[in-house]
Ligand binder design. Structure first.
Ligand SMILES: [Zn+2]
Ligand SMILES: [Zn+2]
Length: 245
């Protein structure tokens, strides 16, 4: 299972999970479909669906381009209320698993300033159980049997405070960030709370431009988990397999 990162920031999120049989599950609709088409050599028929976590533009601005191209979009009922109605929008329910091609997906609630944001547990014989968790300030759940983790690590509390002290950020922005996005400190706690014994990869996504430190985040999580850690940038590819070989 190949994970391809086409965008991973507040400018636009999009990730592709591509199985060896050629099925592509798109995570998030935060970049133009035309750009995705280019990246998959225009094999649009290989896209079996697009999972969206919530309605914010950096995750869903181009959802309508998917539905108009006859691609099924999956999201919560609350998120769907923010989109123009379309028969290709499939509303799914927290903790009810849904099959999308070869993939089995279980949505769960996260905590973010959106209508009904979801995180996803994505299961496929090739990548095992993969956690996709973004835009939440913590997780009320722990997860069993994880093989791969794709996790938002948005900011560092100390960098955020320094930016406010220096006047680079308005104090009002801090309260929004700390109640809607995940800090490196919370990410470390979350990883600590979960059984990582079968985890092969931890992919860090959605780093804030001004409030994060890519090299330190990678190092801190490597030290804490002894796992392979990759910071997602546009163009990053990671082999997400169930077994490390
Ligand atoms: Zn976001
Ligand atoms: Zn958001």
């Amino acid at each position: 299972m190949k994970l391809k990162v086409l965008g991973s920031s507040s400018k636009g999120n999009s990730y592709l999970l591509e199985s060896s049989s050629g099925q592509i599950l798109v995570l998030e609709a935060g970049i133009r479909l035309a750009e995705i088409k280019k990246q998959i050599e225009f094999k649009i028929m290989d896209i079996i669906g697009c999972l969206i976590t919530h309605e914010h533009g950096d995750h869903a601005a181009y959802a309508n381009q998917f539905t108009e191209a006859a691609i099924d979009v999956y999201c919560s009922k609350g998120t769907a209320t923010k989109f123009k109605p379309h028969h290709r929008i499939n509303t799914i329910t927290a903790l009810d698993s849904v099959r999308i091609g070869e993939f089995k997906v279980v949505p769960f609630n996260v905590i973010h300033d959106a209508a009904e944001p979801f995180g996803y547990l994505i299961n496929h014989p090739e990548c095992g159980t993969t956690l996709f968790l973004t835009d939440t300030f913590y997780s009320e759940f722990t997860f069993k049997g994880l093989n791969n983790i794709i996790l938002e690590v948005n900011y560092d509390v100390d960098i955020l405070d320094a930016n406010i002290e220096s006047g680079r950020l308005a104090p009002s922005i801090k309260s929004r960030i700390i109640t809607s996005h995940m800090s490196i400190q919370t990410a470390l706690e979350l990883l600590e709370a979960n059984d990582l014994s079968k985890v092969n990869n931890i992919v860090l996504i959605h780093l804030s431009d001004g409030n994060s430190h890519e090299i330190n985040f990678k190092k801190e999580i490597e030290v804490a988990t002894a796992k392979t850690v990759t910071v997602a940038d546009t163009g990053t590819e990671v082999l997400l397999n169930k077994t490390p070989f």
